[in-house]
Every structure is written in structure tokens, then in C-alpha cells.
Design a binder for this molecule. Structure first.
Ligand code: 3H9
Length: 707
């Protein structure tokens, strides 16, 4: 048919002897879009009705078997055939169906393989049921077939973590029948199919597998998973439903279990969490596509220099060492250098103590580390990251040295979290090589990397920064130059909103709890205690002279700092940390200080519900997020979302602050801001972008495609 020649099916089939080779060829990852589902069903029909076919082999073209359902189709009107029906059709085939897996065999992709009668994987294959990470559950029979095949405990572990199993692990679990001797998936698959045919192997159905035969063990695994999940998956919707589905697999017939699974899957599909998590999935891929990465090739980075061996410099050095790069650290004297090295060693010693690293592995990594007190040691490095004291004059002095010693074309990066990188760049002879790389503490753990793009920087330097992020396994977000870039600029505003709430009557403990209950990992005052109050105090003192005298300024934090209460490191801050405790307890003395401050400011405290608190907290975050987009500091709203999910503990299942704003409705957020502005019009100034979007009746999502 003509239409077929215009849109060739992404599922090809061809006879190899008696084996019908079915190839899913649907770049980039062979997702199970409607045409793939149709093609798979048609291939099975063809096999069933064609006498020359005695067995079917399903493989994926390109780098993967099948990466799962087509995530872009979620939320759109469903188009038949549904994937569970396709899987059932595969399983019902009277001729043996074999799946040969390489690359990603994930989600619906693994479910297709589970519906096949035999499975082979080659080295490098990644098998998993990661639906939970998208707010879903395996909805094409996975929750019913996996436990029957590999038992309840192993199936629950895969489905609740969403992790990927290697070919060898899959073999051990019984998820596949064999691992190919070579990585030629086609040859291995065809050979296996021939072998099965020669042995007259029957069409063996996973629904009949006996992995749940030991009913008591299965029930115990289900009970344990339910208890653990209730504790761990705070606020998440789909994990407990996965456990329920496995229980249905144990208790009900296969058909009833499938029906139960379908119902739960559709409930997950409808949940805002699914929308939030899938937004996060695409957003974290979109942020990689900054304009400079499209238009320029990165410079080579094979060696790295770090200036400064404090917490930040050492964390950056560890991140680079972990990525396999040689690192040269510069410090001002031998004692500081020794401290820098000790910081690094402490990270690895911690891993050794936990049994996650051997002393030999540590020695091997540290062999790539050199320290020096002379900048000349940086003469040949490809990229240097400065992580010294946060003061312009100090940074400029470092950059003058880098300008003097580094080879032409070396990328010169600053890890500043607030300072004007344009001014740093302008102070040396090669401003085109200067870029901001804002890591988050601890730098070897936190995923976010703000790539700050000064005016004069060359495009290939920005592309190099993105390439470095990839090497270090960081999530890069492109940010423009301003005070605090994306994250800290927005943080300053919602932290101020929290301080206003505190002075007006909410306790820091109530605020932290409301914020945690919303889904954040920590509340703002826990964060302050962890980060150390002295840093913010120094910044506040520096800015005192330029602060708008009309702007509201809450002094509670200053009162704590004046007493030397900087948080965890001093044993008390907003909370008490007796005997080095990591979790704080509320401090009545802090509450008394807050009361005194309220009295000094002439404020009669009032009470706030947790909802009142979150409305203000989120409105402040969203409004400043909108300003950051409006000022082109962030390319799109999704860049703000990724910043907060990866750098500030924002609950991923809500997608990020801007996605959350769309969920609530921008008109509601704007109405809140206008309401709050009645009492404090200077603080609560609606962002022009928010106003414009509300007037146009649209949302932040409409801006996500435009950069
Ligand atoms: C499911 O299966 C539900 C079923 O149980 C039930 C149904 C009834 N769909 O990550 P990459 C795109 S839920 C559509 O950069 P990598 C991705 O956006 C699904 N598109 O490459 C990107 O597009 P672009 C369960 C998808 O090599 C491009 O492919 N499955 C999908 O670093 C390359 O992706 C999963 O959760 C998809 N399923 O990693 C697996 N997957 O170029 C999700 C990817 O426009 N996927 N894209 O930016 C992954 O984990 C990784 O993409 C994978 C490749 C490991 C496969």
C-alpha cells in the first residue's frame, strides 16, 4: 500500500531458515509507540499463519532491545493495540518465541521479553522495570509475570528500585535463560533459536512458571516490601501499588491479576505524580541541549586542575578523580595542601570503612592526584576550576595567576556561587576562556552543576563545560550571570519569605515540617544548620550597605550567629545537636529569641496552617523562578525545575517549582501573590512574566520548547 511506503513499519520481519526474525527498528531507543505495537502484533499473526515459520526471534535494531513504552504517548488518547494485549498475543503464540536482548530492555521492553517463551541476553544488556521512577508500575503484565518467573522477592526488588540488572545478574535471577558467548546479539539469538528448534522446545509460557510456588516465602516477601515501602517511599503513589499487584499475582488467577494490574496502572497514569516525574525525565534531558552545545564542539579535557583544597575544592577533585581524570590541586602552602589531600582521602576512607572500596582501589585513584603550591604545575592542564574564598579580589588574583601560567586554550572556570563572573573574566587577557562551574556541596555527591555563561565566553568553552558535566555524571543547567545565578537567587527569596513567616508567628520547626511534608528532603532551617550559619551571615554583612532600607529585614538569624550558633558544626543553630547528633531537636531558647525579635519589631504573632506556609513559600519560589526566566538567566522554566530537583531537594514527583505552578494554575499563584502584597508590596511584586502568562491564559510549559 502507498501509505506503507511513506511510513514503513518500524517492525521488520524476515525468514531466516525456519526462524522469523522480527526486528524492532524505531530510533532512538525502540520505544513501543503505536506503530511498534501494531508491527509486533502483525509479526506474530504472520508467524502463526505461515507454515514455513517454526519459531520467532525478536531483536532490537541499534543500541538497544526496547527501552519501554513510548513515554511521549502518556496522557494522550490511547491507541490500540494496548501493550498488555500485544504481550498476551506474543505469549499465546503456538510457536516458540525467543527474545534476544542487548542494550536497554526496560519497562515495557522487558515485559515484551517476559511474554516471549525464551530469553537470551548479551553482555552490556540492561534489564529492568524502571516504571516506578516515572510514577508508574509495569503495566503490560510485568507485575504478574516477573514474580512468577523469578519469585516475589527478586521481582519486588527490581520493580521498587527501578534499577537495571546486568546480563549476568539476570541469568542468576532467572530473568533470562542464557547469556550469549559473544556480544553479537543477532548471531547469538539465531543460534539459540536453532538450538531450541532442534530440541523441539515447546512454547513455554511465563504465566505458568512456578516462582510463586512457595506461597509462604512469597507472602513474607510481600509483607516485608509493604512495610519497607510505607516507611521509605514517603508521599509516593505507585510503589505500594506495585506491592499490591504482586500480592494479586500470588492470590488471584493470572487473568484476574492482569485486570488488577491494569486498573492500578491506569490510576498511576492519571496521577499528578506521573506527570511530575515524566516532566523531570524529559527536563533533565532537555537541559543538556544548550544553544552552545548545538553550535560548537567541546575542547579536549584530559587533565584537570583545582585551585583550593577546602571542602568545595576537595569535593570537585573527588568528582573528577572518580570520573577517571588526573587532578592537580594548588594550595598556598604545604599545610593547606596537606589538608586538601586529607579532605580527599577522608571521602575514600569513608567508602573503605563501609566496605564499598578497597584500599588498593583508593591507592589507584590517588595515583592520579598531584598537589603543588606553585601555579606553574597547571601549565599543561586542559581545564582549571578555581574554588577559593568567595571574594572578588581573591578570585581575581587567582585568575591573574591562571592567565600567566595556563596554556593557550585552557578553560578557566570559577566555582563562585554569587560573584560577577563577567568581572572576573574582564580582569584577564583571555575572557573568552572563562566560564562559571557552580558545584553544590558535597560536590562529589550532588548532581547539579550550574554552568554560568559570562558575556565574552566562547561557545566551545560552554560546550566543554557541558562535556565535563557528562564526564562527571552531573546534571548541567545553563545559567546567566546575576547575583546567585538560578538556584541561590531564587533561594534567597523563598528563604526571606520563610523568615517573614517565622517573625510573623510560625516557628522554624513548623515551617521545616510543612516543607518536608510537601516533599522536600529538608526544611530551610535544617538546611541553614547543615550549611553553617556563618556563611550567610558574612554575605548579609557584606550586603548591609546596599540593602534597600525599606525592605523588610528579619534579624533572627543574626541574633543566633552573634551567639556563635552556626548550626550542626557548633552543636546548635535553629536546632540543638547534643553530642554531635545529626538530627536536631527544637530549642526553647531559640523560640525565646524569636519572641524577643517579634516584640522588638512590634509584631503580634499569629498562627499559620501548614497550607498557609506552603502557599507563601511556593509563591515566593515560583515568582522569583519566573523572574529568572524573564531576565534570561534561565533558558526556560524547565531549567529552573531541574535546578531545584537536583540542587535543592525539591520533590521530583512534583516535577519542579514551575511544573508545580502549572499544576496549581498560574492564576491561583498570581492571586496569592497579590493577596500577600497587600501587607508587603515591596517584597511581593508579581513577576512580569507571571502576569503576562496569566493574561494570555497560558502556562510555563508553553515556554519550554522555545529556547
Ligand atoms: C513503561 O514501559 C510502561 C509499561 O510498563 C506499561 C505500558 C502499558 N519513550 O536517555 P537518552 C528518548 S514506562 C520515549 O538521552 P541514553 C529520550 O527522551 C517506560 N522516548 O539516551 C531521548 O530523546 P531526545 C519504561 C524515550 O542512551 C532519546 O530517547 N522505560 C524513551 O542515555 C535518547 O534517550 C524507561 O523508563 C521512552 N521510553 O539512555 C526507560 N526512552 O534525543 C527510559 C528514551 O529527543 N529511558 N527516550 O532527547 C532510559 O532510561 C534511557 O533513555 C535509556 C537510554 C537507558 C533507554
Amino acid at each position: 500500500m502507498a501509505s506503507e511506503s511513506i511510513h514503513p513499519s518500524p517492525v521488520l520481519h524476515a525468514l531466516h531458515g525456519k526462524v522469523l526474525l522480527v526486528t524492532v527498528d524505531h530510533p532512538p531507543v525502540n520505544a513501543l509507540s503505536v506503530d511498534v505495537r501494531r508491527g509486533l502484533a502483525a509479526a506474530i499473526e504472520h508467524a502463526e499463519s505461515n507454515d514455513a515459520v517454526e519459531a520467532v526471534l525478536i531483536v532490537g535494531a541499534g543500541r538497544n532491545f526496547i527501552a519501554g513504552a513510548d513515554i511521549r504517548e502518556f496522557g494522550l488518547p490511547p491507541q490500540p493495540p494496548a501493550l498488555p494485549d500485544v504481550c498476551n498475543r506474543i505469549e499465546a503464540c503456538r510457536k516458540p518465541v525467543i527474545a534476544a536482548l542487548h542494550g536497554a530492555a526496560l519497562g515495557g521492553g522487558l515485559e515484551v521479553a517476559l511474554a516471549a517463551h525464551y530469553r537470551l541476553a548479551v553482555e552490556g544488556a540492561k534489564l529492568g522495570l524502571p516504571e516506578v521512577q516515572l510514577g508508574l508500575l509495569p503495566g503490560a503484565g510485568g507485575t504478574q509475570r516477573a514474580p512468577r518467573l523469578i519469585g516475589a522477592e527478586a521481582a519486588l526488588s527490581l520493580m521498587l528500585s527501578g534499577r537495571h540488572a546486568s546480563a549476568q545478574e539476570a541469568l542468576k535471577l532467572g530473568l533470562v535463560d542464557r547469556v550469549g558467548a559473544s556480544d553479537d546479539v543477532l548471531a547469538e539469538g539465531l543460534a539459540y533459536a536453532q538450538e531450541l528448534l532442534a530440541a523441539h522446545a515447546p512454547a513455554r509460557r511465563t504465566r505458568d512458571a512456578q516462582g510463586l510456588a512457595n506461597r509462604e516465602a512469597a507472602q513474607a516477601a510481600i509483607d516485608a516490601a509493604r512495610a519497607e515501602t510505607a516507611k521509605k517511599s514517603r508521599g509516593l503513589f505507585s510503589p505500594l501499588k506495585i506491592v499490591d499487584c504482586v500480592e494479586a499475582a500470588l492470590r488471584e488467577s493470572f487473568e484476574d491479576g492482569l485486570r488488577f494490574e491494569r486498573k492500578q496502572f491506569l490510576a498511576c497514569l492519571d496521577s499528578p505524580q506521573r506527570a511530575g516525574l515524566i516532566h523531570a525525565f524529559f527536563a533533565e534531558r532537555e537541559v543538556q541541549k544548550a544553544p552552545e552545545t548545538r553550535n560548537a564542539s567541546p575542547r579536549a579535557i584530559d587533565t584537570l586542575g583545582v585551585v583550593g583544597g577546602g571542602t568545595m575544592g576537595a569535593g570537585i577533585a573527588v568528582a573528577a578523580l572518580d570520573a577517571g581524570l588526573p587532578v592537580t590541586m594548588i594550595e598556598r602552602d604545604d599545610a593547606s595542601l596537606a589538608r586538601g589531600r586529607a579532605h580527599i582521602e577522608k571521602v575514600y576512607d569513608g567508602l573503605i570503612a563501609k566496605g564499598r572500596m578497597t584500599p588498593e582501589a583508593k591507592a589507584k585513584i590517588l595515583a592520579r592526584f598531584t598537589g603543588s603550591t606553585s601555579y606553574d604545575a597547571l601549565a599543561q592542564v586542559d581545564l582549571v576550576i578555581e574554588a577559593v574564598f568567595e571574594e572578588m579580589a581573591v578570585k581575581q588574583a587567582v585568575f591573574a595567576e591562571l592567565d600567566r601560567v595556563c596554556k593557550p586554550g585552557a578553560v578557566l572556570a570559577s566555582n563562585t556561587s554569587y560573584l560577577d563572573i563577567d568581572a572576573i573574566a574582564a580582569s584577564i587577557s583571555r575572557p573568552q576562556d572563562v566560564v562559571g562551574l557552580h558545584f553544590f556541596s558535597p560536590a562529589n555527591i550532588m548532581k547539579l552543576l550550574e554552568i554560568v555563561v559570562p558575556k565574552q565566553v566562547a561557545a566551545d568553552v560552554v560546550a566543554t563545560a557541558f562535556e565535563l558535566a557528562k564526564k562527571l555524571r552531573k546534571v548541567p543547567v545553563r545559567a546567566g550571570v546575576c547575583d546567585g545565578f538560578i538556584g541561590n537567587r531564587v533561594l534567597a527569596v523563598y528563604r526571606a519569605a520563610a523568615d517573614h513567616l517565622m517573625e510573623d508567628g510560625a516557628s522554624p520547626y513548623q515551617i521545616d515540617k510543612a516543607v518536608r511534608d510537601f516533599g522536600f528532603a529538608m526544611g530551610p532551617y535544617q538546611v541553614a544548620d547543615l550549611a553553617g550559619g556563618d556563611i550567610g551571615w558574612a554575605t548579609r554583612k557584606r550586603r548591609a550597605a546596599t540593602r534597600d532600607p525599606k525592605a523588610r529585614y528579619v534579624q533572627i538569624a543574626d541574633r543566633l550567629c552573634e551567639r556563635g550558633w552556626f548550626g550542626q558544626k557548633t552543636g546548635r543553630g535553629y536546632y540543638l545537636y547534643p553530642q554531635g547528633a545529626r538530627t536536631g531537636t527544637p530549642d526553647p531558647e531559640v523560640e525565646a529569641i524569636i519572641d524577643a525579635e517579634r516584640a522588638r519589631a512590634g509584631i503580634t504573632p499569629r498562627s499559620f496552617t501548614d497550607e498557609d506556609i506552603m502557599r507563601r513559600y511556593m509563591a515566593a519560589m515560583i515568582n522569583e523562578g519566573a523572574n529568572v526566566v524573564h531576565d534570561r538567566i534561565a533558558l526556560r522554566p524547565l531549567d529552573v525545575d531541574v535546578t531545584f530537583v537536583y540542587g535543592y531537594g525539591f520533590p521530583r514527583y512534583r516535577g519542579g517549582p514551575m511544573k508545580y505552578a502549572d499544576t496549581v494554575g498560574l492564576a491561583t499563584i498570581l492571586a496569592d501573590i497579590r493577596e500577600f502584597a497587600k501587607a508587603d508590596p515591596l517584597f511581593w511584586r508579581p513577576s512580569p512574566l507571571l502576569v503576562e502568562l496569566v493574561e494570555r491564559g497560558t502556562n510555563f510549559a508553553s515556554l519550554n520548547q522555545s529556547a
